[in-house]
Design a protein around this ligand. Structure first.
Ligand code: CA
Length: 666
């Protein structure tokens, strides 16, 4: 979701609220919450049971169906009022294979049918919830399946991808294009000898894939997959069931569950973790959402006049501070972690949620698996009634010790501001951004050599530890790196732009914090200059894998850069104290030049000292470094993690728009 600049206005809530709207908000806070684990559907030896949370309803029903759509109900069961705002119904049979919806009586009117908010299996377009036996959906060996073990989030190298981008192009050589199953096919290639799919990920060396929303979203018509609809999926419909268009048969509710698990299993078998992009901050619909149709009004925040407030920029925002919504988020991520073995969660517009909820999310997930990590966008897309100090903002991340936030500081400083296509950054020759890049290099932690008042985005060290920051220069939002370089360097050659991309990613991959790259950057893909491709066709979004041949050197540079990072714990320090002690900036004055060392076998590194010099200008620079037996790791747009020659130090030349990395082994 796009970050939009906005001015925070503190609402004078008490004064501005109309009497009735304020009354209604207070009423929501007094709804009883239900914390049992049997919400909506359970099947056991005694039969099939429903329990719907809807405290203000005057009645509730379950409708039973023989199929996922276009059939009449075979039964309508009146629900009876139970504890804590819930309504219950039961039948003595296990109704596997059937479908159901709920409807509630609200102020004298039966509302439209809904699959509820806890549908874990659904049919076409998620219209009806399905009753399936989850034990039958597990791939063989599932009980022993486990994601990669990592000690800290910054041991991860994250690769952000969309199912369709990654496999849809004919050159992917993948059979199940655009599907979960694309990531189960071994040894695929582009027909020109270069690997694609899982083999490509392994070759590149990334540790985790962050996949754009994979829960059931609204916009792609699952009944007409031949139309090749495309969407990023930031329009949630059923939060607890997989998206049907990524399955081979959206009408069979078990298929999407099975195929998503197969994907996770195959990635895990290849040592790669799976991160889910979750969007609890808003829903695709307002009054017609599953939240609104089960408990009208409750799950959302409102303006003083009673209308939906809109910090998401998508028409509404959810209310994580209310108990049942808070529990919903926590139980939903727990469900994905336990049922689907998900290894990490990326929270869209995380600052719409409150800090306490995010801390409870982290606690619940770490109890399931301490290797699970959580990061998110530490901003909103508009103002919110939630007070600023309660928001899970980037600036508040020190209050969320187990959570990381995206560093827009390093992103905008390296390549230029996201709101202006032609704006350049440190790596493309714009002076004055050195201090902001340095803020990125130290993972936004307090450092004695950094003057945060010179920071472009943040004016203080917001991270308590480098593990709280995600470093990146490009993602699905805004112009991806290739397009940004084309627009901001219109007179440069493609070779020069590729060189700038290498410098940009070298800064990211060697910085303290967790690196994150966007799928296809490693082969210099583009999106034809489209900055908001959320519903653009495959011709814009699909990765052309033949680029792996044409841009082979670019790929090899990325692969070697990732290998360097993974081999060297010096790039992965875990405390602010370590960074302040071991990372020393050199006193260089020229614009677009940064020189620093990581010293004294930092974080247990085998190398005594690593010298990194970044030259973002279009001229060669000379920098004086101590004399010694330096091994050259990167120089003049080339890199080799094992070394490629030696340097005796002293005056060293740094080629235009490139990184010089040297290692002192003892
Ligand atoms: Ca869908």
């Amino acid at each position: 979701m796009k970050q939009r600049p906005f001015i925070v206005t503190m609402l004078a809530l008490g004064a501005a609220f109309s009497a009735s709207a304020k009354h209604q908000e207070t009423v929501y806070e007094h709804y009883p919450a239900y914390d049992g684990n049997d919400l909506e559907l359970t099947v056991d030896e005694k039969g099939t049971h429903w329990r719907l949370w809807s405290p203000a309803a005057d009645g509730a029903r379950v409708m039973l169906y023989p199929s996922d759509r276009n059939t009449a109900a075979v039964d309508t069961i009146e629900m009876t009022k139970s504890i804590d705002g819930t309504w219950i119904a039961s039948v003595p049979e296990k109704l596997y294979g059937s479908f159901y919806t709920f409807s509630i009586l609200d102020r004298g009117k039966w509302l439209a049918e809904t699959p509820g908010v806890w549908a874990k299996a659904v049919g076409t377009n998620g219209e009806r919830a399905a009753i399936i036996d989850f034990a039958t959906t597990n791939p063989s060996g599932w009980d022993k399946d486990r994601g990669p073990k990592i000690d800290h989030i910054n041991d991860a190298v994250i690769y952000e991808m969309h199912h369709r981008d990654f496999s849809q192009h004919p050159s992917s050589g993948i059979v199940n294009k655009g599907k979960f199953l694309a990531l189960t096919e071994p040894s695929t290639n582009n027909g020109m000898g270069e690997s694609t799919g899982i083999s490509h990920l392994k070759e590149l060396g990334v540790t985790h894939v962050h996949i754009l929303p994979s829960y059931d979203y609204n916009s792609v018509d699952e009944s007409n997959l031949a139309s090749n609809g495309y969407n990023w999926g930031y329009d949630p419909f059923n939060y607890n069931a997989p998206e049907g268009s990524y399955s081979t048969n959206p009408s069979d509710p078990s298929v999407r569950v099975k195929e998503m698990k197969e994907m996770v299993k195959n990635l895990h078998d290849n040592g790669i973790g799976v991160i889910m992009d979750v969007v609890y901050n808003h829903t695709a619909n307002n009054d017609d959402s599953n939240f609104s149709l089960t408990a009208p009004g409750y799950y959302y925040r409102h303006r003083p006049d009673g209308s939906y407030s809109d910090a998401s920029g998508c028409g509404n925002e959810t209310a994580s501070e209310r108990q049942q919504m808070r529990d919903f988020i926590i139980n939903s991520v727990r469900y994905w972690a336990e049922e689907y073995h998900i290894d990490g969660f990326r929270f869209d517009l995380m600052a719409i949620h409150d800090i306490e909820t995010m801390n409870l999310v982290a606690k619940a997930l770490k109890e399931i698996n301490p290797d699970i990590f959580i990061y998110g966008e530490g901003w909103t897309a508009g103002d919110s009634p939630l007070p600023v100090e309660q928001r899970a903002l980037k600036e508040n991340v020190s209050k969320m010790p187990q959570i990381a936030v995206f560093s827009d500081d390093i992103r905008d400083a390296i390549k230029g501001h996201y709101t202006d296509a032609s704006d350049r950054g440190f790596a493309t020759g714009k002076p004055g951004l050195e201090e902001t890049v340095k803020i990125g290099i130290v993972g936004a932690t307090a450092h004695p050599q950094i003057d945060y008042s010179k920071g472009n985005n943040s004016k203080f060290a917001y991270a308590s530890a480098p593990t709280q920051v995600i470093n990146y220069v490009s993602c699905h939002d805004d112009l991806m790196l290739t397009d940004k370089l084309r627009k901001s360097m219109p007179d440069a050659s493609e070779k020069e732009r590729q060189r700038a991309a290498r410098l940009a990613q070298t800064i990211v991959l060697t910085s303290q914090g967790t690196p994150f790259i966007f799928a296809g950057e490693e082969i210099f893909r583009d999106k034809k200059g489209i900055h908001n491709s959320y519903k653009s066709p495959d011709s814009i979004n699909a990765i052309d894998w033949s680029l792996k041949n044409y841009n082979k050197e670019q790929f090899e540079y990325y692969r070697e850069l990732i290998r360097l990072r993974k081999n060297h714990p010096a790039f992965r320090m875990t405390t602010a104290e370590q960074v302040a002690k071991h990372l020393k900036f050199d006193n260089v004055k020229e614009p677009n030049l940064i020189s620093y060392s990581i010293v004294d076998n930092a974080n247990g590194d085998e190398w005594k000292e690593i010298k990194l010099i970044f030259n973002g200008s279009d001229r060669a620079r000379t920098v004086k470094i101590p004399k010694g037996q330096w091994t050259v790791i990167a120089n003049d747009g080339k890199i080799n993690a094992s070394g490629m020659g030696v340097s005796s130090g002293g005056k060293v030349d740094v080629a235009p728009c490139s990184a010089l990395i040297l290692a002192l082994k003892k």
